[in-house]
Design a protein around this ligand. Sequence first.
Ligand code: SAM
Length: 230
Amino acid sequence: MTDQRDIFLKSEGDGFFGRNRAQLLPDKERPSTTRLIEFLRETKGPVRHVTEIGCGNGSELLKICTALECEGTGFEPSGEAVADGNRMAAELGQRMTLFRGTAEDLPLPDESSDVLLFGFCLYLVDRRLLLPAMGEAYRVLRPGGFLAIVDFDPAQQHRRAYAHHDGLWSYKQDYSRIPLATGLYSLAAKVPMSHAGDGFEADADERVALNILYKEPAPYPMWQAPGAVR
Ligand SMILES: C[S@@+](CC[C@H](N)C(=O)[O-])C[C@H]1O[C@@H](n2cnc3c(N)ncnc32)[C@H](O)[C@@H]1O
């Protein structure tokens, strides 16, 4: 079985960054990031630390750190993207640090992030590492924090051959359904959009969504039998 993670670490992370770096700029507006910032601004809880998985050069994380005056940590297989993002953060005087790494193994303490973002990353994660990646996100996010997922949102899950490297796949599905099925999160917001911008997209293969999930601080209230006497 192809180890998609190792290919991204070895070459395709840098390959993706090389092809797309002109789009990955902190002053270029992206609706999904703008909507996430708006949501977090309107929400009462403090946002001191945001983690992004598969952050590229951190162009989106930088926008969040700047808008919310918070600290950011990003993980990304591309060494070139990591170096570029750390240089940009230093130039802009922002508290953002990127590390080379992948989604299933985050060297961060338990419950240390207020927000954890999978920004167009989960569709590239090896299927055998998808649930470990979700588990790491849960471990690192504080109770009462937000898990934000920006990804494709097709009507039916499917895979397509990844255009830029033989043997790799893009796995398209509504990733919010996995953490929501655990009962450990509640859906706080779903914003339908497409690559072209805001709004619902009729073409199911072009649909994208920003899903924001709330990590319930007390997901297991004690069950009481009806009429039980203490
Ligand atoms: C479509 S790009 C998105 C980059 C950035 N989040 C953004 O929105 O601009 C997907 C990124 O995920 C990274 N990636 C691929 N596999 C990964 C994995 N297993 N863990 C973490 N990141 C991964 C790629 O190197 C790439 O930079």
